[in-house]
Ligand binder design. Structure first.
Ligand code: PA5
Length: 459
């Protein structure tokens, strides 16, 4: 049977790694709770709370039609946002690339770094660049300040034409960006209120920049639908999303506090960043739904194969037994190179001659998987048949579902992020927001003698 994505959990079973793995008994005893967790997720969706599950049914046509009406003189777009507002589109575009002819070259302005942002600003031609500003809350300091720097530069260069170059994606009502967009006549798209930032890549947050880049958003949504239907309908025991949730939950209960995701392709690197945010912000919580202190969360760690075999693997193989390693494999790459037969190559390495890079990569991955098992370290394998939009869509939706189910198993709210609010409020106050100045002034770092240490510079 053809599949969009495969989850192979054999490397984390107790058969493979002994008592540090997931036993059949623990799996069986979780079965009823897993089914209940899935029902709770689906019920929340029926109540209208979890809009992310509807997104797989979106019609891509309004987005592709809009993209086809873009001014043909446009060559580039800058996507300005942070966290859930940019990580998804960046990851997807990096993985599967634009498929349509004539899409815009895409730049992401995510971080708040004066050096890299200045370099980006000076590389752009305002006459041919679209500014896509994305903030669901409409108040994010980093996004709005970077956007305003760009807007002013563009206005200086092209005058009032700038307003035809701005696309604003934000909440339909809340926040400061919506009224600003209305007052300037910018084209706007709405983020559905029942979809949180890190679950929003299949809303206009991701689909608008992806459509402008010429990306195959129909394929992306097909993959998301494959995954949503599988997660919703497949029996518990053969359901990749439910079993991945169960494995993470059981291993966490056995002291596995770190989930390493190791992508065996440069092109999957952004997808691991996207996963990292989803896993960390959704599941890192201090209290459960009853208000009890729980301090739960499994730290997501990003790794890249094969590079991190020569950097992190030693720790994974011999360090604390606190990790599960999820290997991301691509079965078929769009291109390959072969080690040539040419006089002079060392005899001891002659077995490499005639091997494709993808074949070598597959052997490296398999070697890591088997070595982890040999060291009694749980691992699992996510196989992408290819780097298509459809495979990526399936990965995204699967992990959103896994996250929601683990949230249920832990009885926490996986859709809020109270822990990041305090720092944001203090920053606003430090930057002079009137209602928060006194609030921010109430915080300080208690420090004593010897807290700050300097290296003297020799004359
Ligand atoms: O998942 C989330 O809600 C966050 O990561 C947000 O996406 C991020 O903080 C950006 O917020 P906003 O879109 O409101 O600017």
């Amino acid at each position: 049977m053809a599949s969009t994505l495969t989850y192979d959990r054999s490397g984390l079973t107790s058969l493979a790694v002994g008592e540090r793995g997931v036993s059949d008994a623990s799996r069986a005893s979780l079965s009823a709770s897993l089914a209940a967790a899935r029902s709770a997720v689906l019920d929340a969706h029926t109540r209208g709370d979890l809009g992310f599950l509807d997104l797989a049914d979106l019609d891509p046509t309004p987005f592709t039609s809009w993209a086809s009406t873009l001014d043909p003189d446009l060559t580039d777009q800058v996507v300005i946002g942070i966290g859930g507002s940019t990580l998804g589109a960046f990851a997807i575009l990096e993985t599967a690339g634009p498929s349509g002819a004539g899409g815009l070259r895409t730049h992401f302005a995510e971080n708040m770094d004066p050096v890299t942002f200045s370099a980006l600003v000076s590389s752009l031609d305002p006459a041919t660049t679209l500014l896509v500003v994305i903030t669901k809350s409409g108040t994010t300091v980093e996004t709005m300040s970077k956007f305003w720097i760009l807007y002013a530069r563009f206005r200086d260069a092209i005058g009032d034409d700038v307003d035809a170059h701005v696309i604003a994606i934000t909440d339909p009502e809340r926040g400061s960006l919506r009224p600003l967009a209305m007052s300037r006549g910018w084209k706007t798209f709405s983020v559905p209120p029942n979809v949180g930032g890190r679950f929003s890549v299949l809303t206009p947050v991701g689909l608008v920049p992806l459509a402008a880049a010429g990306f195959d958003i129909a394929g992306l949504l097909d993959g998301a639908r494959d995954a949503r239907d599988a997660a919703r309908d497949l029996p518990v025991d053969s359901n990749p999303a439910l079993q991945a949730a169960a494995d993470a939950h059981i291993l966490y209960g056995q002291g596995v506090s770190i989930y390493v995701m190791m992508a065996y392709s440069d092109l999957l690197s952004g997808l691991v960043d996207w996963f990292r945010q989803l896993w960390a912000e959704s599941l890192g919580k201090s209290t459960d739904r009853k208000g009890r202190a729980v301090h739960l969360g499994q730290t997501p760690v990003k790794a890249l194969g094969v590079v991190d075999q020569h950097s992190q693997a030693q720790l994974y193989m011999e360090g604390p037994f606190d990790k599960v390693v999820a290997l991301l494999e691509v079965a078929s790459f769009p291109t390959d190179l072969t080690v040539p037969e040419l006089d002079g190559f060392p005899e001891s390495l002659s077995h490499l001659v005639g091997r494709g890079m993808s074949e070598i990569l597959a052997a490296e991955l398999r070697g890591t998987q088997l070595a982890l098992a040999d060291a009694q370290r749980p691992s699992c394998l996510w196989s992408f048949p290819d780097l298509s939009a459809r495979s990526v869509g399936a990965f995204v939706m699967t992990w959103e579902f896994v996250t929601a189910v683990v949230g249920e198993l832990w009885d926490i709210d996986a859709f809020d992020q109270p822990g990041v609010e305090l720092g944001k409020r203090i920053a606003h106050g430090l930057l002079g927001r009137e209602d928060l100045v006194d609030f921010a002034a109430g915080f300080s770092l208690a420090s004593g003698e010897g807290s700050s240490l300097a290296i003297p510079r020799s004359e």
